[in-house]
Design a protein around this ligand. Structure first.
Ligand code: WTA
Length: 648
């Protein structure tokens, strides 16, 4: 780790929203002393309430916390309507297509399009409050219109990342019992069309019987199959809709959206976020962490299929009334300077991406940033995984010209928005370190019983007080919700939220995230449950048992490695590895493909049958085995597996 500490640029700090650590502590101390009062002040200042709430935080049914009870609001009003008086002609969204086509969408235009989309959903398909709407969309503005149209009507969207397979899409539709799918024929990537609609077709032939209609946005105009009566073309229907669609008054705790994410066991879980708390924190973190100012143009490179895309492409930026960039393509096409050219062309002031993208951009175009004028950039952000010193240094020096603050934001699908992050005008940054909990967030590194972990030692990263944008439930599975998040750690006898991550606090109080403590791996900043990948591999007929572990990967951060025991060892072949990856692609999607597969005669199991994954992790990393292997059913298997992995 770089030992150097990077203080905020004084020029920048003097105009920052939170300009010093004193200002930070003033806010945080207020939260510590008067938690409800802290949140009340911001809720009153930031949210346009349609009817007042009666209680800030209701803890009576913990851990099913409720925020701003009985308040009424609407998120599409918060993101659009309330800005119209002052920002009608300001850009809300700037879209750049894969081929370089650019569209500017003002707040007034956004309003028209979202209203039309809401009317279309309501009038043609009967979408109403509480209905689930699945989006399987490329990165085009219609994805944002659809999200906001749902919130306008009070419908609950569930976005499925476009890289997921038809089987994964079907599972998510079925779990949510969604009524309609909004998709596109496809879109463009690296100059070529790719398709999405066929994946939806396939998902619907295999099940997903709740779906009554498929709304298709034509983007690349490639040929697609069409099912009369079920499929409807957005492009043909939208113009006839009125651009006035009154928004529903939603309760603070009405569901806003579902987003499926991987856990350490079983099938993906539908993380439920609700209305007021989520939008409040999306807006506050947007303003604080990215130190928003007038005329900023914010670019988050995530996909709307992930939480980062929800909170920091659509909801946070629009609630805060800024301009957000949406990009259809990939940052390395047509060359490794694409992202920097876009930063220049659109006058980007904050650039927010994942370490995996930084590593890729560094590797493929170390000097590319120097070819462009990046002088408007003030803040660089990272999310999704720890950033290594190499990537950090390049990001800071070459992209940021040693003058931009780097905000290493730590958070999760479940937290809704940032939890731990530097504040660009206040925090002295230690590279690789998420630094401090944001004001209002009580984050502690503790042991299972709540005792604070000593300085410099690894403990459990817990958020010990509820916060407004926290996950409210797992869709249809409250027991799993309680167990998964409130089952591990207690403080003063009370269950507290455990993130699943380990962390360390240093002598200056800085927090460093040390990675997952469970069987979740982080591939290119995306969460992948080993159990899910194992279940997919198990689908192949030749497989008897399988164990999946993470393996360090130069670009992805972590890759996926599978140890497979075959029913018939003689089947082992390179072709079989390809065939197994094909099954993974069909069951989950290309993001879960294995980077390595080893066919082994057996797995290291204890006498009670538990697979010792730690040993498997050490073997694939080429580490010396320090674990006690004497408790294994067959200790000799370790050396055999080591031999096989070395050879492969
Ligand atoms: C990891 C993404 C280190 C962590 C917003 C967490 C990080 C998981 C960081 C959530 C960071 C996220 N430093 N690790 N700055 N940010 N993580 O739900 O393991 O896709 O639990 O949300 O990513 O991933 P998710």
């Amino acid at each position: 780790m770089l030992k150097e500490i990077f203080k905020p640029n004084p020029e920048f700090a003097k105009d920052a929203l939170i300009p010093s650590m004193d200002a930070y502590w003033k806010l945080q101390n207020k939260a510590i002393e008067d938690y409800d009062g802290f949140w009340k002040d911001f809720a009153d200042e930031k949210i346009e309430w349609l009817a007042p709430y009666d209680k800030v935080l209701d803890e009576s049914d913990a851990p099913f916390y409720k925020w701003f009870t009985n308040g009424k609001l609407n998120v599409s009003n918060q993101c659009i309507d309330r800005h119209l008086e002052t920002k009608a002609n300001q850009n809300a969204i700037i879209f750049e297509g894969d081929k370089g086509d650019v569209e500017h969408i003002t707040y007034a235009q956004l309003s028209q399009r979202v209203n039309k989309m809401a009317n279309l959903l309501k009038n043609e398909f009967g979408v109403k409050k509480g209905d689930r709407v699945v989006l399987y969309m490329p990165m085009i503005p219609e994805a944002a219109y659809a999200m906001l149209a749902c919130t306008r009507l009070g419908a609950i969207h569930s976005i499925v990342f476009g890289g997921f397979s038809s089987a994964a899409l079907r599972d998510r539709i079925e779990d949510a019992e969604a009524k309609i799918v909004i998709t596109a024929d496809g879109a463009f990537r690296k100059g070529k069309p790719y398709m999405l609609k066929n994946v939806v077709d396939e998902a619907l032939t295999k099940g997903a019987k709740s779906i009554e209609a498929v709304l298709v946005v034509k983007r690349n105009f490639e040929e697609i199959t069409w099912k009369e009566g079920r499929d409807h073309a957005y492009n043909d229907l939208i113009d006839a809709q009125s651009d006035v669609c009154p928004f529903e008054a939603m309760d603070s705790e009405d569901p806003l959206f579902l987003l499926y994410t991987s856990g350490s066991t079983g099938k993906p879980k539908g993380v439920l976020h609700t209305t007021a708390g989520y939008i409040l924190w999306a807006q506050m973190t947007m303003e604080w962490v990215f130190d928003l100012r007038k005329n900023d143009v914010f670019w988050c490179t995530a996909d709307v299929g992930w939480i980062t895309g929800h909170t920091y492409i659509v909801y946070g930026p629009l609630a805060a009334g800024t301009t957000t960039l949406m990009f259809e393509g990939v940052p390395t096409y047509p060359d490794a300077g694409r992202a920097w050219k876009m930063v220049q062309d659109h006058n980007i002031t904050q650039f927010y991406t994942a370490p995996t993208a930084i590593r890729l951009l560094h590797k493929t175009g170390e000097d590319e940033p120097k070819k462009y004028d990046l002088s408007k950039l003030r803040i660089l952000g990272t999310v999704g995984e720890p950033i290594d010193p190499h990537a950090w240094k390049w990001y800071y020096e070459t992209v940021g010209n040693s003058k931009c603050a780097i905000v290493d934001t730590y958070w999760q699908t479940e937290t809704g928005g940032h939890m731990i992050s530097p504040l660009p005008g206040a925090t002295a940054i230690k590279p690789g370190c998420a630094t401090f909990a944001l004001p209002g967030i009580i984050a502690e590194v503790i042991e299972e019983d709540g005792t604070p972990t000593p300085v410099g030692e690894k403990g459990l990263m817990c958020i010990t007080r509820p916060w407004p944008s926290m996950i409210r439930n797992i869709w249809g599975d409250p027991e799993r919700f309680k167990k998964a998040y409130f089952g591990d750690c207690k403080k003063e006898g009370k269950a507290v939220y455990f993130t699943g991550d380990g962390a360390m606090i240093d002598e200056d109080g800085y927090l460093t995230i040390t990675g997952r403590t469970d069987d979740v791996i982080n591939v290119s900043g995306h969460r992948m449950g080993t159990a899910e990948v194992e279940a997919a591999i198990d689908e192949h007929n030749a497989v008897a048992t399988v164990a999946v572990v993470g393996v360090p990967h130069e670009i992805k951060g972590e890759g996926i490695f599978a140890y497979i025991v075959l029913k018939n060892p003689e089947d082992a072949s390179e072709e079989l590895k390809v065939a197994i990856n094909k099954v993974i692609k069909a069951e989950i999607g290309a993001i879960a493909l294995c980077d390595g597969i080893a066919f082994v005669p057996d797995l290291p199991k204890t006498r009670s049958g538990k697979i010792m994954r730690r040993i498997l992790r050490s073997i694939v990393k080429g580490e010396e085995i320090t674990q006690d292997t004497s408790t294994l059913e067959d200790p000799s298997i370790v050396a055999i597996i080591e031999g096989i992995v070395k050879e492969s």
